[in-house]
Structure formats: C-alpha cells, structure tokens
Write a protein that binds this ligand. Structure first.
Ligand SMILES: Nc1ncnc2c1ncn2[C@@H]1O[C@H](COP(=O)(O)OP(=O)(O)OP(=O)(O)O)[C@@H](O)[C@H]1O
Length: 289
C-alpha cells in the first residue's frame, strides 16, 4: 500500500520547498528463490527540509530495512529514492559509499560502535567528516571541539577511544559526528533504544535542540513514546507497509489505522487514554481478522 502524504509545508515560505528525501513505492526483498521474502511493500514517504519524521512499528515491521535502503546498505528491488534532489535509485555500491562518505545523508545506529571507528579517538572521529569536506585540519579539530557542548560532552573526552566511553557518551559522540558537518538529512535507527532512561531522555533533548540547525531527521523507533515528543510527522509501518502518515499530534490523539491504535494504546508514556489489556487484545484480534 502506498500512503498519500500531505504536501510538506514550512511556515514563511509560499512554495513548499523540495523534499530532502523522497521515497516512492519502495520495495525490498530478502533471500533468493523459495526463500525470497518481501520486507517492504511499496513504501512512499517524503521528508521536507528541517522536518523530523518518526517511523514507528513493531519488531520485524521493516523499519531498519527502510533505513538501510535509504542509506544504500540494502538494495531496493523496485521504487525510487531521491536524496537532496538526486535520484540515487540506480546507484551502485561505489556511488553509495561515496554518498555516505561525503555525508550527504548521515546516520546514527542503535549501537554507536557501528557508527564509530574503534581505532579513532573521539577528536579524530568528529574531525574526519569535516576533513572529507575539505575543512583544514586545525579548523576541523576546533569545530569538533566546539561541537561537544551541544551534545553535553566535555572536551576531556577528545583523546579517548570509543571503547573508553560509556554507552550514553558514545551515542552522543555518534550524534555529534552525524551532525558536525551540518548535513541536510540524518537517519537515526533506534538511536535511544540501547540507552538507560536517563541517557535516553538526554539524547532525545539533544536531538530536539539540534533540530534548530535546520537538519531533517528520520527517527526510527519501535517506541512511539520516544518519537512522540520530537517528530513533526509520524509514519507507521506494519508488516512492511506504511499504514498511516500524519502530523504527530493527529496520529497520537486520533489514530486512524487499527495497528496505530494498538501502538498508541500500548505506549504507557503517552498522555492519551491508554487501553487496558482486554482492549489491546480486542484490537489485535481485529487487526489479524
Ligand atoms: N538480512 C536479512 N535477510 C533476510 N531477511 C531479513 C534480513 N533483514 C531483515 N529481514 C527480515 O525483513 C523483515 C523486516 O526486518 P527489519 O529488520 O527491517 O525490521 P525492524 O522493524 O527494523 O525490526 P526490529 O525492530 O526488530 O529491528 C523481517 O521479517 C526480517 O526477518
């Protein structure tokens, strides 16, 4: 199913700006022949400059597949991906690597060790994307240092390796690394799921603040509660299909799809009337009927 999206609008502009990410009818399959399974069934989603879109769904709904496809880490079997106005759908591995290396689309994964080179100090890790952009070494080091307060880290950490940091500190470094070049688009795949609640709250606050830089964020999470306070719009994935997309407030207060109702009613941190166990059971039965 392809969800119809409202045209993105940004206050103060007459013409809607062109999307930083435009995904149309994206299909992804895994496996070959008899083992071939479809993970995404024609997903369409567009993200406007500066917009934060939350993508939520339960385990196995296709969230990471969506993230990986948009980063060129898994090949789409059909559909179109346009990033910053460039159609990248037919890119080969080398072109995708170049795109990621140039930081056209940045990313933060659940496990920060996947986004950070274990052999680079924090200072080197933060300076590296700037060096790739041609920023002189001294300036890159200074900009890396200057970015640290924005993710609430002390510059005492600059000479440490990722393995010498706590999980929460590492994730804040991964966020800093993704944002230090001021990219237009960052994909965050479960960025707070591995953190304890204090670190989760802090990283969510940091992301909320960093939105002011004008970056567009695609925030992927199984936890509607994490996404609710930060997303402008929420897209709901269910079994590889986008079943609902809308302004965050509407999706939370007036969920249209049965599956979204189930997610909302299962999120204890949301200030909505959460359903009891019996109600959720009934919703599940309806959903699978
Ligand atoms: N490399 C792979 N090979 C085969 N099947 C895969 C592969 N990766 C994912 N899948 C399947 O694709 C579907 C979507 O998986 P995906 O990881 O995108 O879901 P998800 O919503 O991110 O789940 P989770 O929240 O558990 O990470 C699942 O059925 C999964 O088993």
């Amino acid at each position: 199913m392809t969800a119809q999206l409202p045209a993105p609008s940004v206050a103060g502009t007459e013409e809607p700006p062109s999307a930083v990410l435009e995904v149309t009818d994206l299909q992804v399959h895994y496996g070959l022949r008899r083992r071939r399974r479809q993970a995404l069934h024609g997903v369409s989603l567009s993200v406007a400059p500066g917009e934060t879109v939350g993508v939520i769904g339960e385990t196995g709904s296709g969230k990471s597949t969506f993230a990986r496809a948009v980063l060129g880490l898994v090949r789409a079997s059909a559909g179109r991906i346009v990033i910053g106005g460039h159609d990248v759908s037919a890119y080969g591995n080398r072109q995708w690597r170049g795109l990621r290396r140039r930081g056209v689309v940045q990313y933060v994964f659940q496990d920060p060790l996947r986004s950070l080179d274990p052999d680079l100090t924090i200072g080197e890790s933060l300076a590296e994307p700037l060096l790739v952009h041609g920023v002189p070494r001294d300036e890159a080091a200074e900009r890396a240092r200057a970015f640290l307060p924005r993710v609430r880290l002390s510059d005492e950490l600059l000479d440490r390796l990722p393995g010498e940091l706590s999980g929460g500190q590492r994730q804040r470094v991964a966020v800093a690394r993704a944002l230090v070049t001021e990219p237009r688009l960052v994909i965050l795949d479960e960025p707070v799921s591995a953190l304890d609640s204090a670190n989760r709250v802090q990283v969510l606050e940091i992301l909320r603040e960093l939105r002011a830089t004008g970056v567009a964020l695609v925030f992927i999470s199984h936890d509607l509660g994490s996404v609710a306070g930060i997303a402008d719009r929420i897209a709901v994935l269910h079994q590889g299909e986008l079943v609902e997309v809308g302004p965050a407030r509407d999706v939370i207060t007036r969920p249209q799809h049965l599956y979204t109702r189930l997610l909302v009613s299962s999120a204890p941190t949301l200030r909505t009337a959460s359903a009891d166990r019996e109600e959720r059971k009934a919703l599940r039965a309806l959903l699978h009927a």
